[in-house]
Design a protein. Structure first.
Lengths: 603, 338
């Protein structure tokens, strides 16, 4: 979410910290702020709002938090609306149980026009296009209070509005932007009996405001957030309104936000109120009374947080506090539906006291606690070490595969990442074969590797997981002897692969695995292999030669250096060594240049 | 046999028998069997032979070619014996011994397991196919809770069975299984699954590491100090980590560790998205509802949990740019290098 510093200061006139500090403080109290930037002479912050803080999807909620943190007053706008010109009740009916609270008013003699520059700029900095002064006013108030609203052109509808669930009355809905949405049976919408005029989170194109609009009905409502979430998901449409309405919003804030909206519309569009206020308050918030031990923030944090500070923070948050014996009875403000229990109050106090005030001291000391390590973990660690000692490399492959080994027992995912990889693997061998194919494409030969991972089966309605070991060795004869060294048996497939179910093997009571730092590389191109013949007048130690030339070539590009042949020419008494050097992550020409230079050869 | 072919045979029988150097042997081989050699030429010219004679000509040509190849092979052995001495025991000296390697993710897991073992932690694990109850409900994420939007799950049988989306799910199993055997100290590396499109930066399966403690009198100070030890073990003693308020439904208070950006040292750069800090994972005091749902009395016992993703750390360590490399991709190890 974007946050403009100057807009925040409208609610917090005493806010006067440098942007960098504000960014860091917002982050420390839980609103992770990625960055701030100066755009059109405004400081704009980009922050993430926690999913349980719907109140912070508007300036008002963020300002409340900052007011508590900096201990500065929050300026709550005081609005007095002009009286209605007509004693008229708007015919509105609420048929849906998903509506919590609705406020609505009719305004006449509206002059639709472009918005003033300040409003266009604020919306633009939030990534919202300016439409006209009426629509922009609703969007501005949404940004300010986090509560969406909507305006209907009464000339295009009738003054009659019904909040209802679709119940298959309407098949399709055309939104303001012209998208045609297929409605579901339960979709929450606003109709005039004849047409669907709006959904809970997006207006329709049949009742929108345009340059001819003269009379409007403005409504602000909060719904059952699950309904909005389901509608938004099922219709695959996400709007600024749906993002907010699918959170727990405060129905008690509606009158203040609505009054400011009407005031702003009159201010921008010269309209007049021509109806009585319609209000239906169907679901009031259940505000808990929480027993609170004021010592608890200190007990939980491990540092001393004075009780005066604890109570002051809760007070500044808008909580009502009563003392009952040793404890307090705390009633949180309705704007904070996320505060329901003592732990929530503790978190509030600690975050405003400042996590940075919790010192980093000694970690937990050793404690002799019962070892609950499952024995198969010891077996897996032991086998990995033994395989590495035998020269095998560990690989990891995808647990989702495209072909079942046994279609009768395969487990199929319902919503996989693509249409191919939909099965949970039943064997490691096909995955190891794919890994070997990939190595061959990279021109990596003489490989030997293993994987230990889960394989999956379905038996009736039971899902079964087994730990499995899969091994590949490009030299079939070595695979057989290595299995003997490991003391395990398994069915060899294609001479070079074997798979063993670990659950069936005896397990050690304990094992301390080796901790080593092995290098690993991301190959971005094929391995390039080049030969070189080098002659010496005396016989050399081949291992020393390999080390010597490896150093000359350097670690950056050399994959492997071996000697493929050594000959002694009896006539010249020269020893000729044939080297085979493999280069990685390098193009052919560079490899050749390095090769020739390193072995002192001519092109 | 064609007279010309017989002449060729005789001529080269004699020539081959006289070869004494490997250089001459190679020259003759190219002369006879090279791309522009005699036999290629003769086979090409077969089209000029009368159709009725073509078959027998071809058969004879093959007989002569095979014979000369045999003679070349025989002479090759003589040449080596008389002119050069092949050094013995080559099989043992051609290359340094092949060395095996653990996967980088396993290396990190073991490094952390070893650290926590010293503090009395066990290593734990649990199934990867899990129920909604263990993945969400027991972690204080009831149905329709907004936190469910934080994760896109891969379902086996919606809504009941899914692939675990986080290592906190292992915590659910752990707390249930060991609630009668307190205190608990356990750490668990594990694969977790999300319905993410696989690309350079995202994968549907990735690796997390989590540690959980349930005991009496635990505090946030214990949590932060122990977690800090983990980061110092991985990143070195100079690493700067800040601990801030963060929301996770299974903990309260929630704590988010951020590491000061290694590239810009807090000033802001593209790597840290100009924040100056990099998010490292999540942690907090175990939520009383989570303890309660496992049958642990939160008025007597407290707990903390912290976790981090292993893939990005591993990628940074091994200079891996593409997350796909870690799983069945282009990850490879030099055969002779530790």
């Amino acid at each position: 979410m974007k946050l403009i510093y100057s807009q925040l200061q409208k609610l917090l006139p005493d806010l006067n910290v440098v942007p960098q500090k504000l960014r860091d403080d917002l982050t420390m109290i839980g609103h992770f702020t990625n960055y701030f930037e100066e755009i059109e002479n405004e400081i704009v912050f980009d922050l993430d709002i926690k999913v349980n803080r719907g109140d912070c999807l508007g300036y008002f909620g963020i300002a409340k938090d900052l007011g508590v943190y900096y201990n500065i007053p929050l300026l709550v706008p005081q609005i007095t609306l002009p009286k209605t010109l007509e004693n008229l009740d708007i015919p509105i009916e609420i048929k849906s149980n998903d509506v919590k609270r609705v406020l609505a008013l009719k305004l006449s003699n509206i002059k639709v026009a472009d918005s003033p520059e300040w409003l266009k700029k604020v919306l633009s900095l939030h990534g919202i296009n300016s439409i006209n002064n009426i629509v922009d006013a609703t969007n501005y108030i949404m940004l300010f209070y986090g509560i969406p609203s909507h305006a209907f052109d009464t000339a295009k509808t009738t003054p009659y509005l019904i909040w209802e669930n679709n119940n298959n009355r309407f098949d399709k809905f055309t939104s303001l932007d012209g998208s045609i949405l297929d409605l579901n049976k339960e979709t929450l919408l606003i109709s005039n009996q004849k047409d669907a005029l709006s959904l809970s989170f997006i207006g329709g194109n049949n009742s929108g405001i345009d340059s001819n609009t003269q009379e409007i009905i403005v409504e602000m409502a909060i719904y059952n957030r699950s309904r909005v979430r389901k509608d938004s998901r099922s219709l695959k449409t996400v709007t600024e309104a749906s993002i907010r309405l699918e959170k727990d919003l405060d129905t008690e804030t509606i009158p203040m936000a609505f009054d400011q909206l009407i005031n702003l519309i009159i201010d921008l569009g010269s309209g007049q109120i021509t109806s009585n206020l319609f209000e239906k308050y169907l679901v009031k918030p259940e505000i808990p009374q929480i027993e609170f031990n004021a010592q608890k923030p200190s007990i939980t944090s491990g540092i001393n947080i004075p009780i005066d500070f604890v109570l002051d923070v809760l007070n500044r948050l808008g909580c009502k506090i009563e003392k009952t014996g040793e404890l307090f009875l705390v009633t949180p403000p309705s704007i904070r539906p996320d505060i329901t229990m003592e732990a929530d109050l503790v978190e509030e106090v600690v975050r405003f006291f400042g996590y940075q005030n919790i010192p980093i001291t000694e970690p937990l000391a050793f404690k002799d606690v019962t070892d609950i390590t499952p024995k198969e973990i010891y077996l897996i660690d032991e086998l990995k070490d033994k395989l590495v000692d035998l020269g095998y490399d560990e690989v990891l492959t995808w647990p989702l595969v495209s072909k079942p080994v046994d279609p009768k027992t395969v487990i199929t995912t319902q919503n996989s990442i693509n249409t191919e990889s939909i099965y949970l693997r039943q064997s490691l061998i096909p995955s190891l074969q794919e890994q070997q194919d990939q190595y061959e494409r990279l021109k990596l030969f003489s490989t030997q590797f293993f994987e230990i991972g889960k394989i999956f089966f379905q038996e009736g309605d039971k899902y079964i997981e087994k730990n499995s070991l899969g091994i590949y060795n490009s030299k079939a004869e070595n695979l057989v002897s290595d299995l003997e060294k490991l003391g395990i048996k398994g069915k060899i497939v294609d001479k070079k692969y074997v798979e063993i179910i670990l659950d069936d093997l005896p397990k050690p009571n304990s094992y301390a695995p080796q901790v080593k730092n092995f290098k690993a590389y991301e190959l971005t191109s094929q391995i390039i292999t080049l030969d070189a013949n080098v002659s010496f007048s005396d016989e050399k130690d081949p291992v020393e030669l390999i080390k010597h030339y490896s150093e000359i070539i350097g670690d950056k590009y050399l994959w492997q250096l071996i000697i493929t042949d050594i000959y002694k020419d009896t006539k010249s008494n020269q020893f000729r060594y044939t080297f085979r050097a493999s280069y990685f992550n390098i193009d052919d020409k560079t490899a050749k240049d390095i090769h020739l230079k390193s072995f002192g050869l001519k092109n | 046999m064609d007279q010309k072919l017989e002449q060729i045979l005789n001529q080269y029988q004699e020539k081959i028998a006289q070869i004494v150097t490997d250089k001459d042997l190679e020259t003759t081989r190219i002369e006879l069997f090279g791309r522009n050699g005699l036999f290629n030429d003769l086979f090409t010219k077969m089209k000029d032979i009368e159709p009725q004679d073509r078959r027998s000509y071809g058969q004879n040509l093959n007989v002569i070619k095979n014979e000369l190849e045999r003679l070349m092979a025989l002479q090759s052995q003589k040449v080596e014996k008389t002119v050069k001495t092949k050094v013995e025991n080559q099989e043992n000296i051609k290359a340094l011994p092949k060395i095996g390697h653990l996967h980088p993710v396993t290396q990190t897991e073991r490094q952390l397991n070893a650290l926590f073992k010293k503090l009395g932690f066990s290593v734990y694990n649990s199934p990867e196919i899990v129920t909604d109850e263990f993945n969400f409900e027991r972690l204080n994420v009831p149905k329709n809770h907004p936190a469910r939007d934080m994760q896109d799950s891969i379902y086996i049988k919606e809504p009941e069975y899914l692939l675990r989306t986080q290592t906190s799910t292992i915590e659910s199993y752990l707390l249930k299984a060991k609630s009668g055997d307190l205190p608990i100290r356990a750490a668990f590396p594990g694969s977790v699954y999300r319905n993410e499109k696989v690309n350079r930066s995202n994968h549907f399966v990735f690796h997390q590491y989590q540690a959980v403690v349930v005991d009496k009198g635990l505090t946030m100070k214990d949590l932060i100090s122990t977690m800090d030890l983990m980061f110092k073990t991985l990143y070195g003693p100079e690493v700067v980590v800040r601990y801030r308020a963060k929301y996770y439904p299974e903990v309260e208070p929630g704590v988010g560790p951020d590491m000061q950006c290694f590239n810009c040292h807090g000033k802001g750069c593209p790597i840290c998205k100009y924040a100056g800090w990099i998010e490292m994972g999540g942690s907090g005091m175990i939520h009383p509802k989570v303890l309660k749902s496992a049958g642990i009395d939160p008025n007597i016992w407290s707990g903390f949990a912290f976790g981090m993703g292993l893939d990005r750390w591993t990628m940074a360590q091994k200079n891996i740019k593409d997350i796909r490399t870690l799983m069945g991709g282009n990850l490879a190890y030099k055969p002779n290098e530790l």
